[in-house]
Design a protein around this ligand. Structure first.
Ligand SMILES: Cc1cc2nc3c(=O)[nH]c(=O)nc-3n(C[C@H](O)[C@H](O)[C@H](O)COP(=O)(O)OP(=O)(O)OC[C@H]3O[C@@H](n4cnc5c(N)ncnc54)[C@H](O)[C@@H]3O)c2cc1C
Length: 263
């Protein structure tokens, strides 16, 4: 979603018609709490809905139809499964000139259709995390700091103070060692608790703190794609902003698509 908003904000400023098809309804939970200063300048380009994008929430893109070697139409359905054959109120098809696939891990184009997504064994990690209320401040860390702790042989931990006063604490471990630890310790909760206890700077978390979220688990969230662009399409987040600039350049007639994609 971060990716698509960057791209839309820029495209709208360029006077292009933009339609966003989004599976979820907002607000919704998303991991990715911390923000480094480096993206801040590009975030100034945000404001897609406010700038006039057509936003359809609760519709899921089921497939992209190609014509003459480039994506031409998206078929979508409502979240409750209404097929996009024109018979339902929420399903439908939309034709377009350019497609920016910002579906993140779902990877509508890269993972499902083009099958260009690639994993690297080094990054086949599992993350498990939760939000704590009442956690003691991390020892020796400046207020509000994002902290990471190495756990040799067991991965690493993050501790991120969130806006509402809770602390997000997460464990990242290689999927094989995580699986072995789960077997040995009796479950994900036990692995998580054991690793938290191993970090003195967390001052014995949980201590008196309360876990106020589910203990969440994600795996296989690190990957790349063989190609980030092709005729008529771009994959975000890597190229979300580049996509917007490229589309605007082509639409203004300043360069041909093949030329902007070659740079
Ligand atoms: C465990 C973990 C910890 C992380 N911690 C951090 C952190 O501390 N800091 C940080 O900067 N980043 C963090 N990240 C990464 C961050 O969450 C992602 O980089 C970011 O969410 C990617 O943004 P995106 O816009 O590409 O994809 P997403 O945020 O995943 O957005 C994709 C959107 O596409 C929608 N979608 C998917 N399929 C369809 C479909 N078929 N039709 C319509 N819509 C669809 C989804 O609903 C979603 O809204 C973390 C990630 C993980 C897994």
């Amino acid at each position: 979603m971060a990716a698509v908003r960057l791209q839309q904000g820029y495209c709208l400023r360029e006077g292009l018609d933009v339609t966003l098809l989004e599976r979820e309804r907002f607000p919704r939970y998303r991991i990715g709490e911390s923000l480094l200063p480096s993206p801040l300048p590009v975030l100034d380009l945000l404001g897609a809905r406010e700038a006039g994008a057509v936003v359809r929430e609760g519709v899921s893109v089921r497939g992209i139809t190609f014509g003459e070697g480039r994506p031409a139409e998206a078929v979508y359905a409502s979240r409750d499964g209404d097929r996009g054959d024109g018979s339902g109120t929420d399903g439908g098809r939309i034709a377009f000139g350019h497609l920016v696939d910002a579906s993140g891990r779902a990877g509508v184009l890269a993972a499902r259709q083009l099958r260009t997504r690639r994993f690297h064994d080094v990054f086949r990690n599992v993350a498990t995390w939760g939000d704590w209320r009442g956690a003691a401040p991390v020892a020796a860390a400046p207020g509000g700091a994002i902290c990471v702790f190495s756990l040799p042989g067991h991965g690493w931990l993050w501790a991120i103070p969130l806006h509402d006063g809770t602390l997000s604490a997460g464990l990242v471990a290689d999927k094989h060692s995580f699986s072995a630890a789960r077997q040995a310790l009796g479950g994900t909760d036990a692995v998580y608790a054991s690793r938290l206890r191993a970090v003195p700077a967390l001052r014995g978390l949980p201590g008196g703190a309360e876990l106020v979220s589910p203990l969440r688990v994600e795996s296989d969230y690190s990957y790349t794609a063989e190609r980030f662009r092709g005729p008529g399409y771009y994959l975000a987040v890597h190229s979300g902003l580049l996509a917007a600039a490229a589309i605007a350049t082509v639409r203004r007639g300043e360069a041909a698509e093949a030329a902007v994609q070659a740079t």
